[in-house]
Structures are given as structure tokens and as C-alpha cells.
Design a protein around this ligand. Structure first.
Ligand code: MN
Length: 257
């Protein structure tokens, strides 16, 4: 089995090294990842700059391709040019920080897996909730148990799973929960400071608001200490509205209009 491993924290990040060390138990692992941090890059791709590739040796563990580009760039280039064959599985992570709820939309970690799904590969994104003690080795062991289980059940080509591991407090994780993605908005708060020239600058802070009505979501389950597994899709069509819109009448529009 050939596995493509990517991330958004950069190829030298501890999360990707830890995940590599576990994934080699499943098969051959090729690492193609951004040369530096690309967190919150979402599904961006590079079209006005070249994608410089450098072969690097990381943490005495693996040789991989460091790309001066986004997570989605890495997956595209890996599949098109760099891998010896088509991957059987694409894994992204482990991200330093959770990617639950609407964070999913901004996440480069999820985007790498989503790009793989677009290209027709089974894919899994893995993130670890931020806490003072980031035990990526343990998180990777947990992630591998989930990935093994997904493979046992069978991931179809183009299917994407978003896996989040809660903060590894004593007694956590409390189990694995399948959940839906939360849509609770982030309550944006920009901290305002002055630069040396006296101009204002802003830095995004903020947090999720009231979670009391969150039930069955990844955000809720993660806050309760569970590993969450969310099946995602990249087709953004709203099926319900699409059906309702079939009867809409439109003004006559033709070539003469
Ligand atoms: Mn990241």
C-alpha cells in the first residue's frame, strides 16, 4: 500500500513526523508537504509562482519533498509528478490544533485531504486539539487505530474523513464518536495594538460562543473528550434548495437579450 502524507504545518513539524512513524506500519509512505507553515491556507493553490521542490531529510525519520506552496499544491504535484505510483490512501496531519466546526473551512490540513478526495483518492485529515502538552506520538498512535478501522470498514475512492483528537488530558480520549460538522460561528475578536509608527494593527483572537445548543457535532464531542470522525464532501451544492429551485421561473434570456 502506498500512502501519501501531507500537512499544513510544514514538513519539519512534529505532527507529520509522529504520523509518519506510525503510518509506516501500514505500508510505504511518501511525504510531500509544504516547506513552511501553511495553516489557514484553506484550499488555495499557486498559479502565479513556480512550485520549488527540495528533497529534505527530516528528524532522522524520512526523506520527503518540501514544496514552496500550499497543502493542496502538494497533493496535486505529488500525484501528478512526484509519487512512484497512484497512492492507495492520502493522509494529512497531524495538525497542531483542532479542525472542528467552521475551522474545517479554513484548514490547510483538511484541504490537503479534500484535494485528494477531489482527485479520487480515499483520504483522512488528522488534527490534535491544542493544549499545553502536545503529545504527537500518542496522538499518532490513536490516529492509526482510527485509520486502521476506516480501512477495515473500507474507504471508497473520493471519500474524505476529518478526524480530530481531543486534548490528551488524563482519561481522554473517552472514545470515538461519529459526528456532523458544527456550523457554530466563531465570535471574532480582533486585538488592536499600535505599531512603532503609531498605526493601528489588528490580530484575530476570539473563540466559539455558546455551545449549549451543540448536539451531535464534532465541536461538542471534542469538547467532551472524544475523538471525532466526520465524513466530509467537497460538493457544496445545497440539495434541498436545488430541488426547490427546479420549479422557479426565469426571465426569457436568449442570444438576442
Ligand atoms: Mn496547521
Amino acid at each position: 500500500m502506498l500512502i501519501l502524507l501531507c500537512n499544513d504545518d510544514g514538513i519539519f513539524a512534529p505532527g507529520i513526523v509522529a504520523l509518519y512513524r506510525e503510518l509506516v506500519g501500514l505500508g510505504e509512505v511518501s511525504v510531500v508537504a509544504p516547506a513552511s507553515g501553511q495553516s489557514a491556507a484553506a484550499h488555495s493553490i499557486t498559479i502565479t509562482h513556480p512550485l520549488i521542490v527540495e528533497r529534505v531529510h527530516v528528524a532522522n525519520s524520512f526523506h520527503g519533498d518540501a514544496i514552496e506552496g500550499s497543502p493542496a499544491d502538494c497533493v496535486k504535484l505529488a500525484v501528478a509528478n512526484l509519487l512512484p505510483a497512484r497512492p492507495d490512501l492520502v493522509v494529512s496531519g497531524i495538525n497542531n490544533g483542532e479542525n472542528v466546526g467552521i475551522h474545517t473551512l479554513y484548514s490547510g490540513t483538511v484541504a490537503a485531504a479534500a484535494e485528494a478526495a477531489v482527485l479520487g483518492f480515499p483520504s483522512v485529515a488528522v488534527s490534535l486539539e491544542r493544549s499545553p502538552e502536545m503529545d504527537f506520538a500518542r496522538a499518532a498512535r490513536l490516529a492509526l487505530r482510527v485509520i486502521r478501522r476506516l480501512l477495515e470498514i473500507g474507504i471508497e475512492p473520493g471519500q474524505l474523513f476529518n478526524v480530530n483528537i481531543p486534548a490528551l488530558k488524563p482519561g481522554w480520549p473517552r472514545g470515538v464518536k461519529v459526528a456532523r460538522q458544527s456550523v457554530l460561528p466563531f465570535e471574532d475578536k480582533f486585538i488592536c495594538r499600535k505599531d512603532p509608527g503609531g498605526r493601528n494593527y489588528y490580530w484575530l483572537a476570539g473563540e466559539f460562543g455558546d455551545l449549549s445548543r451543540e448536539h451531535g457535532t464534532d465541536l461538542r464531542a471534542q469538547r467532551d473528550g472524544y475523538i471525532t470522525v466526520v465524513p466530509l464532501k467537497f460538493d457544496l451544492t445545497d440539495e434541498q434548495r436545488l430541488a426547490a429551485m427546479q420549479n422557479w421561473e426565469w426571465p426569457a434570456v436568449d442570444g438576442a437579450a
